[in-house]
Design a protein. Sequence first.
Lengths: 307, 307
Amino acid sequence: MGYALSAEPQPRIVEVGPRDGLQNESAVVSAEKKAAFVDALAKTGLKEIETGAFVSPQAVPQMADTAEVFAKIQRRPGVVYSALVPNQKGLERAMQAGADKISVFTAASETFNQKNIRASISESIERFRPVIRETKAARLPLRAYISTAFHCPYEGPVKPVAVLPIVKTLMGLGVDELSIGDTIGKASPRDVRSLLKPLLDIVPVEKLFLHFHDTYGMAIANALTAWREFGVTGFDSSTGGLGGCPYAPGASGNIATEDLVFALSAEGADMGIDIEKLTAAARALVPSLGHPLDSRLSRVASTGRHS
Amino acid sequence: MGYALSAEPQPRIVEVGPRDGLQNESAVVSAEKKAAFVDALAKTGLKEIETGAFVSPQAVPQMADTAEVFAKIQRRPGVVYSALVPNQKGLERAMQAGADKISVFTAASETFNQKNIRASISESIERFRPVIRETKAARLPLRAYISTAFHCPYEGPVKPVAVLPIVKTLMGLGVDELSIGDTIGKASPRDVRSLLKPLLDIVPVEKLFLHFHDTYGMAIANALTAWREFGVTGFDSSTGGLGGCPYAPGASGNIATEDLVFALSAEGADMGIDIEKLTAAARALVPSLGHPLDSRLSRVASTGRHS
């Protein structure tokens, strides 16, 4: 069981607040404020920001102005601005907007996939097969999300045996990285170990990102387990804990970037990310959101007591 | 690094919500409601409940009616009802009230001890030397708290070398168990490992309790580290996350019992504690507290979505 030494690869964070976070907020934030949020995040030390999604504005009104957000941001050299797309039309719009990287998504639970995107898992993969082909033709890097990889809000526990074939298919299609999601935040370190053991036999560790939600308070323990015991370095997180959990209104959603950065730093990681700037970036959105931020650090930081 | 197998000793929780939790709430809850809370907790499967403190009512008005709480509770066989005392007078009152177990307290930081109880560490130990003697004469079990064993809100990081001599002194005085506190919730699993390695050379593991706060979101990761890697089975927690953090108003305080039970159970522990009943016990206090509960589980449970 390897301790993550400083000579080992350091954790990398994909910030998903502007996309996965804001997509799950009931308030619709203006394109101007979203762009200001992305710009503030780009100054914290974060190297990748999922900036929006080119999805149906009827299905996801919160993301309807993603093209405008891309037009308004001040691009910072060295920062990757990615976009999520559901199909070829979304990909075209993402490329027009100048997205640096493309994300596609499916799930490990058939019921969840049907309810979320009205497609079976294999239909969803067929649907983004041409998206992957065109993304690669355009020489853009490609990420694939697999949601409900530990628990499904409809089906309950999801076994690794359900996740691994999807991973194999996606790796065979040539995706550059995978984001494995604990969509309802119910995974424990034991679940993380059960999945990572077989998963890392088929995915190079540097292509793997874990996307934890903190609904049940397990996200930090899960992330530290993955980093310390398996050397996983890729994590998704949402500054300010934006987004909540659509399956448990009022509960926590995505792991907060500031909480994750604090935890990994406390365990010895060299993150190079400014926690004060993260919480300040999210705090500027509070008037638009209509609720306080949902991260442990933002609550301590507001008292000026955490240094 | 030993995995906690089911044949190994299971985790034990000391519920500190009625004492450490309510003591740090700004609202004063009536003795009747406190007793109802303790009675509800005793029906969840918890085996020990710190029921109150016999301290100065001027210093801690929230605990002024602890004798009344002891008089009102319906004692459940097999449940230990303990009380915290600062001196011999407090001990006499605790024994009159019928406390099953006595707790005394000091800290590993001189500055914290001075500000908290106006005594140096060694003065505080001198002060409870007769308390320990009389408690042992009465054949009551005795617990000693050591606060700020990882970080001090005034002095910053606290090194194991500052904690170990206090532990040795207390063990020499014959205390039956120690509760080692991360008072401002800033410890990381790395800090836990640093302290537990030397600590377990001088304290039998069954006499050790860890008292984590979740201010920075690290409490679950810390508890799982202590259990999995060191076989620590004793943990303090506060149902509903009652109490907050006096050093960072608005921030989280004690680790919530329901979150801890969920996490340990998810990692394979057989806790025998009913999470639904825990959150219901705390929810009954919400009108008196004037704020929502501060636990991850209570927020999910309120949606009925966590089963």
